[in-house]
Design a binder for this molecule. Sequence first.
Ligand SMILES: Cc1cc2nc3c(=O)[nH]c(=O)nc-3n(C[C@H](O)[C@H](O)[C@H](O)COP(=O)(O)O)c2cc1C
Length: 167
Amino acid sequence: MDTIFNRHSVRQYDGRPVESEKIEKLIKAGMAAPTAGNQREWEFIIVTDNDLKAKVAASSPYSGCAKDAGVQIIVCGDTNRLRFPDCMHADLGAVCENILLEAVHLDLDGVWLAFAPYEDRMRPLINLFALPDNIIPFAVLSIGYAKSKKREDGRDYDMSRVHTNGF
Ligand SMILES: Cc1cc2nc3c(=O)[nH]c(=O)nc-3n(C[C@H](O)[C@H](O)[C@H](O)COP(=O)(O)O)c2cc1C
């Protein structure tokens, strides 16, 4: 549970690469996420090359921080595997959260960068990686060793939005 409460979005990294053993653990954490009907539609693109990282980072107006990530993980969905198409975004969201939590567990930090359903953000990634029509780039996870370990304390928990036995 500490991992959950220690996770925060981190957009500045110290420049160290992320070890391949850790990348494998991140991917395994993503694959361990629940999916509707166990459809497991995920595909992952791991980006460690600096030129590619810069291009990925430039693909959305809100993903510039990914340029300096130790690793980028592009979480994709394969529409050919969908039995419950309406659940794809929920499934892939669970994949992303699993990876971000595993990152904290491995002394890494990161941030979820939105791509799907925004066509203008997805298109540059589709072109860059020559993705086939059935592969949807859902999100980019920008992960690395945090530049600063300073974390915000004290989240705002709002118990007025919790409803027991009725709304
Ligand atoms: C679906 C989703 C999309 C997001 N997209 C972006 C994004 O494009 N760029 C970005 O810098 N942060 C993005 N974030 C991170 C949020 O801004 C961040 O999670 C939120 O401000 C709460 O901060 P915390 O993660 O530190 O708790 C996204 C988060 C989610 C869940």
